[in-house]
Design a protein around this ligand. Structure first.
Ligand code: NI
Length: 312
């Protein structure tokens, strides 16, 4: 299965032209068990150490850079597009996105790091993790972050039928609703894999634009916090959508320096929906009929009777 998947993802990644993905599976690769060292390694061969499970982000000492308070609308237009890896905006606004959570150890730690910097991020949650840790999703929403749909089972959608895709997205959406009383606004497909036809179907039936990314530190390979930080700092530009995973402790370890570095470079953090709402109006929609309904209501304030799907 994996060689097939790998070939597919290589094809996909080259198709979307993401610089960091050209030789890899892409984001969201599931954790693999530690490789058996076997007997072929000489006794003197340095062995990789295991995960440093005791590491905790050092407490913040002294003032940290702080993201401004924003009251930008999250109402993005249905005519703005159905697929994004970045969003053209005029200011140095960016969206941090964290996939595959919630995670009972790392997500709360990340929330602490974000809160002290007044940064609102977007969390693409896996529905089955939401059902395991609903209280973390509740906290995430209560602290002003946005929740996106990352499917319930984290399977590659390009291998699924439309009804399977529909069911998987519905289960995740409903899990988020049960946990925190909100509806996801956007989709990040597992592994970034979604056919154009499927994107159109999801957009029509769920109202979700497909959100990819243009900055990928490949943190799932666990290159170490300093490398994750350096990759993000060197590739982020205005309108960037930055991919990371709160599944991994080392990613969260990288965040204090990463976020501070981005703030010091003048970037300001908003959610994906806010970034979409901010995009320059495409010429074709500049004269759209007044009253074109927004895709979703303003706030993350709760399940408020908005239509969940226009599926036939
Ligand atoms: Ni993922």
């Amino acid at each position: 299965m994996r060689p097939i998947l790998h070939r597919y993802m290589k094809h996909l990644c080259s198709a979307v032209g993401l610089a960091f993905l050209s030789t890899s599976l892409g984001s969201c690769r599931p954790d693999l068990p530690p490789t058996a060292t076997g007997t072929s390694l000489a006794a003197s061969t340095p062995l990789k150490t295991g995960k440093n499970t005791d590491y905790r982000t050092p407490p913040v000492r002294g003032p940290v850079p702080r993201n401004p308070d924003f009251a930008f609308s999250s109402d993005f237009s249905r005519k703005g597009g159905i697929s994004f890896s970045r969003v053209p905006v005029s200011g140095k606004y960016i969206a941090m996105t964290f996939d595959d959570g919630p995670n009972p150890q790392n997500t709360p730690r990340l929330l602490d790091i974000l809160r002290v910097r007044n940064i609102k991020a977007t969390f693409y949650v896996i529905g089955r993790n939401v059902d395991l840790y609903p209280q973390i999703v509740r906290r995430t929403v209560a602290e002003g972050h946005e929740i996106g749909n990352h499917s319930y089972t984290h399977r590659l959608f390009t291998k699924l039928s439309d009804s399977e895709v529909r069911s998987d997205l519905t289960r995740c959406r409903d899990a988020v609703g049960r946990a925190a009383g909100v509806q996801p606004r956007t989709l990040r497909p597992p592994y970034g894999g979604l056919l154009q036809r499927q994107r159109e179907m999801v957009f029509a039936e769920f109202g979700y634009p497909t959100i990819l990314w243009n900055v990928d530190p490949l943190d799932w390979k666990r290159p170490g916090p300093s490398v994750v930080c350096a990759r993000i700092l060197s590739h982020t530009t205005a309108g960037s959508i930055v991919l990371a995973h709160d599944l991994h402790g080392s990613t969260v370890d990288a965040m204090p320096a990463t976020l501070d570095g981005l703030l010091q470079r003048g970037f300001q953090f908003i959610t994906v929906s806010q970034l979409l709402a901010m995009q320059a109006e495409p010429a074709t929609t500049a004269h759209a009929a007044p009253g074109t309904p927004p895709l979703m209501p303003v706030s993350m304030g709760g399940a408020d009777g908005q239509p969940l799907s226009s599926a036939p």
